[in-house]
Write a protein that binds this ligand. Sequence first.
Ligand SMILES: Cc1ncc(C[n+]2csc(CCOP(=O)(O)OP(=O)(O)O)c2C)c(N)n1
Ligand SMILES: [Mg+2]
Length: 121
Amino acid sequence: MISILGDGSYIFSNPVAVHHAAQMHKLPVLFVVINNAMWGAVRRATLGMYPQGEAAKSNKPPFIDLDDLPAFETICTASGGYGERVEDPAALPGALQRALDAVDRGQQALVNVISRGGAGG
Ligand SMILES: Cc1ncc(C[n+]2csc(CCOP(=O)(O)OP(=O)(O)O)c2C)c(N)n1
Ligand SMILES: [Mg+2]
């Protein structure tokens, strides 16, 4: 099984319990976290509803940034999984392959894909 989700959604998913359950029940899930360090959907919804509002004028709109995030990949390795952080897009295919190799061996795995910038975060 492959789970692809945002950083905010990952935090909301009670990840310590999820990784513990995956270890306990030997579930070789690959988690791919798209990490833009923000609630991007909230940003888009706010700016879509109030394009001229205060949030649109601010470089740091309220309730959006998720600064100082934990190293998600280590939350997975803490439960016996494989974990990698990817900052360079060129490193992504190799990281995904290594994670899939771990899944093939029966381990859970998490790739923390740092994804900054771009429209809507
Ligand atoms: C349990 C729950 N709480 C709140 C929401 C509202 N919500 C929808 S998307 C979102 C932000 C998701 O952020 P992230 O996973 O980082 O994805 P991004 O938009 O940055 O790609 C929130 C808070 C929701 N869908 N479910
Ligand atoms: Mg996000």
